[in-house]
Unconditional design. Structure first.
Length: 308
DNA sequence: CAGGCGTGGCA
DNA sequence: TTGCCAAGCCT
């Protein structure tokens, strides 16, 4: 008994047995995404993170390329009207992200000399950047050691470590604690681990139709070893869309996006997108109060031209 | 902290 | 066809 083998209940405490296989797998299987290129820079990483919030990679790719070509630095975006950001956002969805990205670019220009801040707390203070995005930018763009806990990583941890099919609906303190505990001590390794564990969740350990035979840690996965039991408990509440204000907002904004810059749209054109006047008015009011639409005299509307 | 917030692809 | 899902944030 000279070799100090770990007691079984502590072998996964720090995740050492997971780091190397997942990172090695990542070396061979990472997608070649533009924001992973060195020339993308922190701004490219940040733009990609905004766009990837709840939106699939395939839809982000073309918009990302156009965005970076048009606004290669934060100051370039800050100089333009917020409505131009909303217009360029296209059909990515959740257009308030475009407004917040514009606001973040403005703050970076005014407060950080035009450079994406390196500090997690300063990133977190920017509009549209929450716990996940702050950690992602700090880790992916600057190689720092942070727990990057997105839906992919949460699912990987739920299965590999906790042994359940799906993580809780909302991120828990226990998950954050686990993510920190699993973080490799070395900064550079931690950054690789963050990207690798996320990619594993995106490509192999997916929500549906996971492909465990391609997983580098299937032999150590608690969920797999338990026979992949089905999720217990209430299903995630399905998000409805048809007939909601969200759908009406989307239709209204689509009309305004398609109008040429500097060409306001008459209310009558907006009225055609939805038959029910009360909901239509409520949706338009919501867009205005969100700053996504700017009302003008004479019942005209446009994407926001004034910087705030 | 539960709910609001877009959009499109796929099974 | 309908339901589910996709690198969250904000209030």
């Amino acid at each position: 008994m000279t070799a100090p083998t770990n007691p079984p209940h502590t072998t996964s405490a720090n995740g050492e047995h997971l780091h190397a296989p997942v990172i090695d797998w990542f070396e061979d299987n990472a997608r070649d995404l533009p924001w992973r290129h060195p020339d993308a820079g922190p701004w490219g990483v940040m733009v990609s993170e905004f766009m990837l919030q709840q939106t699939p990679v395939t839809r982000v790719l073309p918009v990302y390329e156009q965005w970076l070509a048009r606004w290669p630095r934060p100051a370039d975006l800050a100089q333009d009207a917020p409505g131009e950001a909303v217009r360029a956002w296209g059909r990515l969805g959740y257009p308030r992200r475009a407004l917040r990205l514009h606001g973040a670019a403005t703050a970076i220009t005014e407060r950080h000399g035009g450079d994406v801040p390196t500090d997690h707390a300063q990133l977190l203070a920017l509009p549209g950047i929450g716990e996940y995005t702050a950690a992602a930018v700090a880790s992916f763009a600057y190689g720092q050691r942070h727990a990057v806990l997105d839906t992919n990583v949460r699912r990987v941890f739920a299965r590999a470590v906790t042994g359940v099919q799906y993580p809780p609906n909302a991120t828990t303190a226990a998950e954050r604690k686990l993510a920190r505990a699993l973080l490799p001590p070395d900064e550079q390794t931690a950054a690789r681990w963050a990207a690798a564990s996320m990619e594993l969740g995106a490509l192999v350990c997916t929500a549906k139709n996971e492909t465990c035979h391609r997983c580098p840690i299937s032999a150590q996965c608690a969920w797999n070893l338990a026979g992949k039991p089905d999720h217990e408990g209430p299903a995630r509440r399905a998000q409805t869309y048809a007939g909601t204000d969200r759908q009406v907002r989307g239709k209204l904004l689509a009309v305004l996006r398609e109008a040429a810059p500097g060409t306001p749209v008459p209310q009558s054109a907006l009225d055609r997108v939805w038959h029910e006047p009360v909901q239509r008015a409520r949706a338009l009011d919501g867009l205005v109060s969100d700053g996504l639409v700017e009302p003008l005299p004479d019942a005209l509307y446009q994407l926001p031209a004034t910087r705030t």
